[in-house]
Design a protein around this ligand. Structure first.
Ligand code: SIN
Length: 313
């Protein structure tokens, strides 16, 4: 049974990764998860300098979901290289470093520094955080700027370059086309959906920044529709993200066109979810007598002319 896939020049042993911000820098779960059974780990976003993030409260539970406004809190790229990368290098899985920044130059500086290090297999670029005033959505909702960031970073690396797109736009497919043309190897679809939670008794928002990013099973139908739209728009690989808690969820993403998936919020309930999703996909493919998990990708039985997305597609 073939479970893996190749992105640019890197082979992944299977199609299940853990999503940025839900698995730290890979070392917190060292006694809990056999990460060698994952396709890869995507690190928490890194910026040039350390960031404290937003003031608390910055997480609230919502029906079937989680609202966060972490604000890209992270240890900064220098501490990552010194304190986290040596451990990550020892792991038998692919390491994708997620980068966030407040300026185009900062993205370039962080990526260029990481490019000079061993043990990093690719980069995921966060242009879609809904919880910061500079960078984040102000970049990711501007198609020209998203393309400019992609082409500037493309010039700096021959490793896989993955752009993480926001669902908080009218036509995510247009952004996928723009980043493909600017040199991206793949897209991650989706980052969180802007949401809000209110405490009726105190009349206050449940998180300090009033709005935040919604994740978890509540957003899975949105994520599936966005992956489907992107898959109809471009032919580069898609990492499907959004509310995956089991193998069946992940298979739905493969069917609508994702080449691989990332497990996110479910890690906060059980950090071994990614491993069980990978095992479950493999046994599903075996039951279906497939020789390659990749045979599931994009095989949704749907009449394209029935899709109400067709005015854009
Ligand atoms: C955060 O750090 O606020 C979440 C990251 C993101 O949504 O991209």
């Amino acid at each position: 049974m073939k479970t893996g896939f190749v992105l640019r020049n890197v082979e992944f042993k299977n199609r299940v990764l853990v999503a940025s911000g839900t698995f730290g820098y890979g070392d917190e779960t060292r006694d809990l998860v056999d990460v060698a059974k994952l396709g890869g780990i995507v690190t928490k976003s890194l910026s040039w300098k350390p960031r404290d993030g937003n003031p608390p409260p910055r997480i609230a539970e919502t029906p079937s979901g989680m609202l966060n406004s972490i604000g890209l809190a992270n240890i900064g790229v220098h501490a990552f290289i010194e304190k986290k990368l040596p451990y990550l290098r020892t792991l038998d899985t692919r390491i994708i470093v997620n980068i966030a920044a407040s300026s185009v130059q900062e993205y370039c500086d962080v990526l260029a520094l990481l490019e000079s290090q061993n043990g990093i297999h690719g980069f995921e670029i966060n242009v879609s955080c809904p919880n910061v005033k500079e960078g984040g959505l102000s970049f990711g909702t501007n198609c020209d700027l998203t393309a400019e960031i992609t082409s500037r970073l493309r010039a700096l690396t021959d490793k896989p370059l993955i752009i993480k797109l926001t669902p908080n736009v009218t036509h995510i497919g247009q952004f996928a086309v723009a980043v493909k043309e600017a040199g991206a190897d793949a897209v991650s679809v989706i980052n969180t959906v802007i949401g809000m939670a209110v405490n009726a008794k105190t009349r206050k928002p449940k998180i300090s920044t009033v709005t935040g990013g919604l994740s978890g099973p509540a957003i899975k139908p949105i994520a599936l529709a966005k992956v489907y739209e992107v898959a109809q728009s471009v032919d580069i690989p898609i990492f499907g993200i959004g509310g995956i808690t089991n193998a069946e969820d992940a298979i739905e993403f493969l069917l609508v066109g994702a080449s691989a998936v990332q497990v996110g919020t479910a890690n906060f309930i059980d950090p071994r979810t990614g491993v069980s999703v990978a095992e479950g996909i493999e046994s599903f493919a075996r039951d279906q007598a497939l020789g390659d998990v990749g045979d599931l990708v994009g095989t949704l039985k749907a009449k394209k002319d029935m899709s109400v997305l067709q005015s854009w597609l």
